[in-house]
Design a protein around this ligand. Structure first.
Ligand code: NAD
Length: 411
């Protein structure tokens, strides 16, 4: 079984080799999370039986601010995945330059097999076991794969009940990604996809990509669905999309609205008129200007990296490229805009939500997007400077930028 934390530590070792100003003590410290917690969540199921789910919260590093990071509900979620995601989150906040630390949470579960009532009990159960360590100035969870604004609202409500904190601004600020009427921020839904687009836009010329790119998107959830729409709206052509069950391709571009409606109706992309059915593996190897993995980790590996024909990769999933694949792509001169920069739009707008909640403010969508664009542009520019200075990959440039900022605060 793959171990994303091993990949994350291989990336850390590589950066330590490249940048000698990181002491062995600092690297040693960055190899361990501050805390990793496993919990059991017993749930009375609708049929009267009892099931016990395994849940997690990893608090990796809070040098720059409260731990911040999403909660993932997935059957493959386990402690090493959560540790890796928490580590990347610490770096992500540092690259974006926001005053937040890195955390992540999860539950090993297939949420699609639960009824709504069971899902609510599970979500409230996660908070019951962890409420002591959560709080607006301690640890602020958010959504990730399979967790929704509604789930965040249940969690915030449970936290309020347990802590009996009458300060609504503080209880709201403990969870981000909430529905708008429960204190959510405008623009949090598309934030990750949009942030990825802003980063792409800032780097496009450096990446030597045309003004109208042919784009391939893997995954069609919150991130993949939004990014495909945003690229289409900005005159690029999305030529292939996929989800866990299907993948389709049309070299002249897909009618995205038609694709979305078709998926809503049939549950997948299979047999979409005017497109060819392909496999998810084939999708990754299509000739295109930009490949956007937006599903899961470890999809670009040493097995397929040599076959990638994209001119550049924008990592919107966390950890989609293994360290071995990174080496192959670097040698092939295929630039990879790394996850810790490319998908940081989500945590940036989560930070905006936290800030608005604490100040009891509500910003317009226009203001949120303008501030997000400024942060993504600035971070992209700084990453590029570090990359050029060290003549390494964009990932190493981003790692150096992030680790220098964390190091400044802890050593
Ligand atoms: P999601 O649950 O909304 O969507 C996941 C998508 O991936 C679905 O369309 C699913 O069908 C598809 N998928 C699952 N298995 C697949 C497979 N084997 N091949 C192809 N597609 C597959 O999740 P999301 O929030 O869109 O997150 C996607 C990725 O982006 C994750 O790596 C997540 O950690 C990362 N991310 C999300 C956010 C956010 O704000 N939601 C922020 C930063 C990073």
């Amino acid at each position: 079984m793959h171990n994303p934390f091993k990949n994350a530590m291989a990336q850390l070792d590589k950066v330590a080799k490249i940048n000698k100003s990181f002491s062995a003590e600092f690297i040693k410290r960055m190899r361990q999370p501050d805390r990793d917690i496993r919990i059991s969540i017993p749930i009375k199921m609708d049929d009267g039986s009892l099931r016990v789910f395994e849940g997690y919260r990893v608090e990796y590093n809070n040098a720059l601010g409260p731990y911040k990071g999403g909660i993932r509900y997935h059957l493959d979620t386990e402690i090493n995945e959560v540790k890796a995601l928490a580590f990347w989150m610490a770096l992500k906040c540092a690259v974006a330059g926001i005053p937040m630390g890195g955390g992540k949470g999860g539950v090993t579960v297939d949420p699609k097999k639960l009824s709504k009532g069971e899902l609510e009990k599970l979500s409230r159960g996660w908070v019951q076991k962890l409420s002591d360590i959560l709080g607006p100035y301690k640890d602020v969870p958010a959504p990730d794969v399979n967790t929704t604004p509604e789930i965040m609202a249940w969690m915030a409500d449970e936290y309020k009940k347990i802590t009996k904190n009458k300060n609504i601004n503080e209880t709201r600020a403990t969870f981000t990604g909430k529905p708008i009427d429960k204190g959510g921020s405008e623009g949090r839904g598309p934030a990750t996809g949009l942030g990825g687009f802003y980063a792409f836009d800032a780097l496009r010329k450096e990446l030597k990509l045309p003004e109208e790119c042919k784009v391939v998107v893997q995954g069609f959830g919150n991130v993949g669905g939004n990014v495909a729409r945003i690229f289409t709206e900005n005159k690029h052509k999305v030529i292939a999309v996929s989800d866990s069950k299907s993948a389709i391709f049309n070299k002249n571009g897909l009618d995205l609205e038609g694709v979305e409606n078709y998926k809503k109706k049939t549950g997948s992309f299979k047999n979409f008129p005017g497109a060819k059915n392909i496999t998810n593996a084939e999708l990754l190897e299509l000739p295109c200007d930009l490949l956007i993995p937006a599903a899961f980790e470890n999809v670009i590996t040493e097995k397929n990296a040599g076959k990638i024909k994209a001119k550049a990769i924008l990592e919107l999933a966390n950890g989609p490229t293994t360290p071995e694949a990174d080496e192959i792509l670097f040698k092939k001169d295929i630039p990879v805009v790394p996850d810790i920069l490319a998908n940081s739009g989500g945590v940036v707008v989560s930070y905006f939500e936290w800030d608005q909640n604490l100040k009891n403010k509500h910003w317009s969508e226009e203001k949120v997007f303008e501030k997000l664009n400024k942060i993504m542009k600035g971070a992209s520019k700084k990453m590029l400077e570090k990359t050029k200075k060290t003549k390494t990959s964009l990932r190493m440039g981003a790692f150096i930028l992030a680790l220098e900022r964390i190091k400044e605060k802890i050593l």
